[in-house]
Design a protein around this ligand. Structure first.
Ligand code: 3HC
Ligand code: NAI
Length: 690
């Protein structure tokens, strides 16, 4: 008996309770007593059946991720599951909360699974760059069929208890009294008598598999993997379950797991798992939070509409304010259209759409915002306009209301100072489309009260956002680093690369899209307008815009687009323009390799990140990784720019930056001192961050 695992006898049914807060992960100090308890119960005549249940908020949510990468202490989960399958009396997993990863694999070692109606069951290992390593790839297909198992394992998305019973994964679903019901179920099974067939020996569902259909589905999934190894390994392991005898497939799963767990991609994805949770730990986390029950949004344009939807999707009522009835109608119509698209795609029911639309109220009168607990401003990016709006808010918002700006670049301290309550003001920088993108930069101004920060961090979680607290500077963390990533783009073209070469190098690195394709998608006119406002120029991009080439929306930009197509086609006129500009500027053209493209775009990005750390704009290097993975599509298999930089090695990056500095003579490459100190991720921690 240990504090993590206890055993009780309920009239002949042994109840094994796992108690390892917060999520009952299968740490060594759980595995050892669990193994011992099951070994003892196997031969204990006083136990006619065994129920495994968990204390606290959830069934086992998986292996203990902190143990990966360290020497494994025996017994492993696999040994526990193997032991379970030697037990002749009925074994029952009583599941509440989330049975995930190793947790579900433990339940698959039981003869039966009884689930609470609210439970979720899944194998999310792929999200950590892994595959289920405790027999999940060979047992799940035996219960739910190979195709269903493939979908669950490659996506990592858990299913509900209702879906689990329909699929054959659960044997009973109960609305309440899970443990009592599971004991009753176990007793009934014991009364009925065996033999009870372990999952490993149930081959009938597998025998039905159409291998050609399986391979076709697996090939489709492989296409989406975009350089990630884990989804492919998952598919291979499930295929082995169909084609190989159980023990051989299990051994193959083991080998695949070991390869993944020791690889850089899984290390990177595990880093991101903890990085996201670390980012949520904001200063003032334990302070009393303010109540947020109604949200006001100012501006129903691209961002205001999306932000309003993000809150409504989190069941919060919103009041949307515009300058005119016409603008308001337009904004609300776009929202309605977006929900209708979700309904037509099947991701939202008509009923849910109506319910969400019922949460919106439109207004053109600031007085209607007086009852709001939080007001988010999303009007034009113009300091005068923003100050005017905050002046009005200051006059009407109730005491204690939080006032937020969605500005992309402007000084939040200056905006806060224009009110009589700067402690209630902060930035909430959403990303477009705001109802979809998970990232939220919470901008802490000089005088923002800690409980305001903590309240907004809590709220972010409530509406499903991944929040990162950042300080005030031009562009905060994300957009400031984005500018550094793009600083060499035009120079690369002038020196001889083509837009498609640059894009390809970055896509091969793992980005969903290269910068020129991205520019065409977003619209080249946006950057052009910004540059003009700031007195800046970009020789090639400005010329394209002067010719009316704004990207996809005009059919031409860095690429050409056939009517109705989003497929970029190389534009020989753009290439000729680049050559002409290079000649005009006296820049000689040459072959530019993919490595040079990566170094000259991503090393400046990392360098800017290091400066951001030195200035305390981000509290941790891992926060920067969370921003870049969730807001800008940095490949998850690389762990974010700072994790990747640590693997590349600080000294190497410094050396290469100095090399390109000498080649180009441009000061953008001045390496940040923090970069010199980085040999490992952990070395970032001391980089002057707050
Ligand atoms: N191992 C170690 N720690 C874990 C953990 C795990 N499997 N799962 C969660 N934690 C920790 C978190 O780091 C966090 O710690 P903190 O409070 O110190 O930051 C704490 O538990 C609470 O986690 P959340 O903040 O995520 O709590 P939520 O209630 O929001 O979510 C959850 C709960 C849905 C269980 C979520 O934590 C989760 O998805 N966990 C990971 C599940 C998973 O990936 N399981 C598979 C693991 S790999 C595996 O099993 C391999 C096997 O096949 C061999
Ligand atoms: P937009 O032009 O689509 O929408 C702005 C809306 O604000 C318009 O509908 C306008 O009528 C309204 N408006 C202007 N002045 C107003 C006032 N005084 N009172 C009420 N409404 C007013 O602009 P967009 O793209 O939505 O940007 C809004 C803010 O969000 C800007 O600060 C921008 O920098 C920021 N942002 C934009 C992102 C993007 O990708 N578009 C991403 C993140 C932030």
């Amino acid at each position: 008996m240990s504090s993590s695992v206890s055993v009780a006898n309920e009239n002949g049914v042994a109840v094994v309770t796992i108690d390892n807060p917060p999520v009952n992960a299968l740490s060594f100090h759980v595995r050892k007593p669990l193994y011992d308890a099951l070994a003892a119960l196997r031969d204990d005549p006083a136990a006619r059946a065994i129920v495994i249940v968990c204390a606290g908020r959830t069934f086992v949510a998986g292996a203990d991720i902190t143990e990966f990468g360290k020497p494994i202490e025996q017994p492993e989960l696999r040994a526990i599951v193997a032991l379970l399958e030697t037990i002749a009396k009925p074994t029952v997993a009583a599941i509440h909360g989330t049975a995930l990863g190793g947790g579900l694999e433990l339940a698959l070692g039981c003869h039966f699974r009884v689930a609470d109606a609210g439970a979720k069951l899944g194998l999310p290992e792929v999200k950590l760059g892994l595959l289920p390593g405790g027999g999940g790839t060979v047992r799940l297909p035996r219960l739910v069929g190979a195709l269903k198992a493939l979908g669950m394992i490659v996506s990592g998305t858990p299913i509900s208890a209702g879906e689990a019973i329909a699929a054959g994964l659960a044997d009973a679903v109960v609305d309440s009294n899970l443990l009592a019901e599971a004991i009753r179920f176990a007793r009934e099974m014991a009364d009925r008598g065996g033999p009870f067939v372990p999952v490993r020996d149930r081959d009938d569902r597998l025998a039905e598999t159409d291998l050609a259909a399986f391979d076709a589905q697996a090939a489709g999934l492989a296409k989406k993997a975009r350089g990630l190894e884990a989804p492919l390994a998952c598919a291979e392991a499930v295929r082995n379950a169909i084609t190989l005898p159980f023990d051989e497939a299990l051994a193959a799963e083991r080998l695949l797991f070991q390869k993944l767990v020791s690889g850089d991609q899984s290390r990177a994805q595990r880093h991101l798992f903890f990085a996201e949770r670390e980012a949520a730990k904001v200063p003032g986390k334990d302070l009393q939070k303010r109540r947020i029950e109604r949200v006001g949004i100012i501006g129903a344009g691209t961002m205001g509409g999306g932000i309003a939807m993000a809150f409504a999707n989190g069941s919060l009522p919103v009041t949307l304010l515009e300058t005119s009835e016409e603008a308001l109608r337009r904004g609300l119509a776009t929202i309605e259209k977006n929900y209708a698209v979700s309904v037509s795609r099947g991701s939202l029911t008509e009923e849910a759409k109506q319910q969400r639309l019922g949460l919106f109220k439109g207004s053109t009168d600031y007085a209607d915002l007086a009852g709001c607990d939080l007001i988010v401003e999303a009007v034009f990016e113009d300091m005068t306009v923003k100050k005017e709006v905050f002046g009005k808010l200051d006059a009407i918002a109730k005491p204690g209301a939080i006032l937020a700006t969605n500005t992309s670049y402007l000084d939040v301290n200056e905006i806060a100072a224009s009110t009589s309550r700067p402690e209630d003001v902060l930035g909430m920088h959403f990303f477009s489309p705001a109802n979809v993108m998970k990232l939220l930069e919470i901008v802490r101004a000089e005088r923002t009260a800690p409980e305001v920060l903590a309240t907004v961090a809590d709220l972010a979680r409530r509406i499903g956002k991944v929040a990162v607290v950042v300080g005030v500077c031009h562009g905060f963390v994300g957009n400031r680093m984005l500018a550094a990533r793009g600083s060499e783009n035009e120079f690369l073209l002038l020196e001889g690369a083509t837009p498609s070469q640059v894009d390809k190098a970055l896509v091969d690195f793992g980005w969903p899209m290269g910068p020129f394709q991205m520019g065409d998608l977003a619209g080249l006119d946006i950057g052009w307008r910004n540059r003009k406002a700031r007195g800046q120029t970009a020789v090639i991009a400005d010329t394209l815009c002067e010719q009316g080439h704004f990207g996809q929306k005009t059919g031409r930009g860095w690429y050409r687009y056939e009517s109705g197509s989003r497929e970029p086609v190389t534009d020989s006129e753009v290439e000729a323009l680049i050559r002409a500009k290079a000649a005009e500027l006296g820049i000689g053209q040459r072959e530019v390799g993919a490595d040079e493209i990566i170094e000259r775009t991503l090393y400046p990005l990392v360098n800017e990140g290091a400066k951001i750390l030195e200035e305390g704009i981000a509290a941790r290097a891992s926060d920067i990784d969370v921003v870049w993975v969730n807001g800008y599509g940095f490949p998850i298999g690389k762990g974010g720019p700072m994790f990747w930089a640590a693997l590349e090695g600080g000294p190497r990056i410094v050396e290469r930056l100095e090399h390109w500095h000498r080649q180009t003579g441009r000061p953008i490459f001045e390496p940040a001192p923090a970069l010199r100190r980085v040999a490992e991720t952990r070395a970032w921690e001391g980089a002057g961050a707050r």
